[in-house]
Write a protein that binds this ligand. Structure first.
Ligand code: FPP
Length: 246
């Protein structure tokens, strides 16, 4: 194979990877528009990118990957676009179930599933239950998820436990509060990636990303390949994490 013209891969120290990477999969619409395609084509390309990145994360040994697939605010989009995203999720989950024994990926869903189409809810439950035994890599898919909504629900659930006499306000610690979130048992994200040139959190993992490192890039999500992830990992490895200390 001639090496001429071959671009060098960004160097990553694979022995110092973040345990948990979280991604806001943004820029599908702009990617499609720039090609004169409908927005739904951008989501289809984004779903393929998700597959590539999730597979790569498993291969290199990232323990947790969390992606923002559909926010509590995304219902404001045209019905046709919402239903295309739901359709892509269904297709992906059906394929993931078929592939599960091989991939050994544990799937979890963060968010209130109840407003989703019944068939998709069932599929999410089945995927979560059937993959619970796998220990390779955990992929958390945020669906109908909002960070503020998650915190409000947790506060409500804690208050209900207090009313029921199961606990009391003084017993609440940051750690205990975490047990009421969708992400209970999952370590906080070390690295949050947002492609597409936007530099905001958009209600994603508000509680959990308190000490996360952020990585932004202009590349749209459908163009975010393995090399883009390596760049993000290399940037992360160049940061000094002090968690409020010196
Ligand atoms: C944001 O791009 C993307 C979404 C709201 C949907 C993400 C969904 C997928 C990638 C497909 C299904 C997911 C899985 C896990 C299989 P945007 O539409 O806001 O882009 P724009 O800002 O350029 O308009």
């Amino acid at each position: 194979m001639p090496l001429f013209g071959k671009k060098e891969e960004t160097k990553v120290d694979f022995s110092r990877l973040p345990r948990h990477v979280a991604i806001i999969m943004d820029g599908n619409g702009r990617w499609a528009k720039s090609r004169g395609l409908p927005r739904t084509a951008g989501h289809a390309a984004g779903a393929e990118t998700f597959r590539t990145i999730a597979t790569y994360c498993r291969e290199i040994g990232i323990e947790y990957l969390t992606v923002y697939a559909f926010s509590t605010e995304n219902w404001k989009r045209p019905a046709e676009e919402v239903s295309a995203i739901m359709g892509l999720l269904k297709k992906y989950l059906l394929e993931a179930i078929a592939d599960m024994e091989k991939q050994k990926v544990r799937f979890c869903f963060f968010g209130d599933m109840t407003p989703l189409p019944a068939e998709l809810q069932k599929l999410c439950r089945e995927t979560q239950d059937r993959s619970a035994k796998f220990e390779g890599c955990q992929v958390n898919i945020c669906l109908n998820y909002g960070g503020r909504d998650e915190i409000v629900r947790a506060a409500r659930a804690f208050a209900a436990d207090c009313m029921a006499g199961a606990t009391e306000p003084e017993a609440l610690t940051e750690e205990k509060f975490g047990d009421y979130l969708w992400s209970a048992g999952v370590p906080d994200p070390d690295l949050v990636i947002r492609p597409s040139g936007e530099e905001r959190i958009s209600n994603f993992l508000l509680w959990q990303s308190a000490y996360a490192e952020f990585y932004f890039t202009d590349v749209n999500w459908p163009d975010f390949g393995k090399e883009e992830l390596r760049k993000a990992l290399a940037a992360y490895q160049g940061r000094s994490r002090r968690f409020g200390g010196v």
